[in-house]
Design a protein around this ligand. Structure first.
Ligand SMILES: NC(=O)c1ccc[n+]([C@@H]2O[C@H](COP(=O)([O-])OP(=O)(O)OC[C@H]3O[C@@H](n4cnc5c(N)ncnc54)[C@H](O)[C@@H]3O)[C@@H](O)[C@H]2O)c1
Length: 250
């Protein structure tokens, strides 16, 4: 029932983790992908793996003006984008006990990569979709947007709450242009993002709070994104889908 035949997805941060799983799943369902990442080596690897159905585009989203160049390269290579998946994100601590300069730099970096760059991509996508009868936006949020996070991740939680509010606003504002927008809110997923946590506390510390008894795999998130990207969830526009094994039910 789910197919992405004829659709092109732009997946940011798709060199590894959840983004790479999304790119693989999309190609598996007959779609094409433009995979973006900051890591050239990760891009080369996923490009080689996915072959002709995959274009790759590099760009550092911490830099203010990178989104325009990434979007241009993506549309130049693919011709058109049908689905934007704002997936790239960072998860670095900022302890209130840190020096102000360290704390403020981490807030700036986190908001730049996790919220401002996705906003600039959404702006590009909205204008692009308005010129071609519509499109779909999927923004990667987090359980942290609703539950909050550990004290040294206030900025991360705030960035993801911003993603949810932005997604809802796009859904309400551009539905008449046939533009739909969704957020996905994972809990713990087995990726590099959590490598430091797993190393320090072990995977068991993460699973203790998860009724399903396991952290999610990147594919668990990709499956949900495929459903949204397929267009089958059209009337659910504006919603956020939680994918957290019932560790936080709201
Ligand atoms: N892993 C989890 O437990 C979890 C939970 C909730 C939400 N998320 C969200 O899912 C998304 C994907 O995370 P993941 O777990 O796959 O993490 P990951 O670290 O494995 O992958 C993130 C990707 O984003 C890219 N990236 C990071 N900084 C970038 C920058 N400045 N410019 C361009 N690309 C950049 C990385 O190179 C990497 O490929 C993120 O938005 C994250 O916040 C993850």
């Amino acid at each position: 029932m789910i197919t992405l035949k004829g659709k092109t997805l732009l997946v940011t941060g798709g060199g590894r983790g959840i983004g790479a799983a999304i790119a693989r799943a999309a190609v598996g369902l007959g779609g094409s992908v433009v995979v973006h990442d900051v890591s050239a080596s990760a891009l080369t690897a996923i490009g080689a793996e996915l072959g002709a159905s995959c274009h790759i585009v590099a760009g550092d989203l911490a830099l203010a003006d990178s989104v325009g160049a990434v979007w241009k390269a993506a549309t130049d290579r693919a011709g058109a984008i049908d689905v934007l998946v704002n997936n790239a994100g960072i998860y670095e601590p900022a302890d209130p006990g840190d020096d102000f300069a360290v704390w403020a730099a981490s807030w700036r970096r986190t908001l730049a990569v996790n919220l401002e760059a996705p906003a600039h991509f959404c702006r590009k996508a909205i204008r692009h979709f308005q010129g071609r009868g519509g499109g779909i936006i999927v923004n990667m949020a987090s359980r942290a947007a609703f539950r909050g996070d550990d004290p040294d991740y206030m900025h991360y939680a705030a960035s993801k709450a911003g993603i949810v509010a932005m997604t809802r606003t796009i859904a309400r504002g551009f539905g008449r242009d046939n533009i739909t927008a969704f957020a996905v809110a994972p809990g713990f997923v087995r990726t590099n993002l959590n490598a430091a946590f797993f190393l320090r506390h072990g995977v068991d510390a993460a699973t203790r709070d998860i009724p399903l008894g396991a952290v999610a795999e990147p594919e668990d998130i990709a499956n949900v994104v495929m459903f949204l990207a397929s267009g089958l969830a059209r009337h659910a526009t504006g919603t956020t889908i939680d994918v957290n094994g019932a560790s936080y039910v709201r």
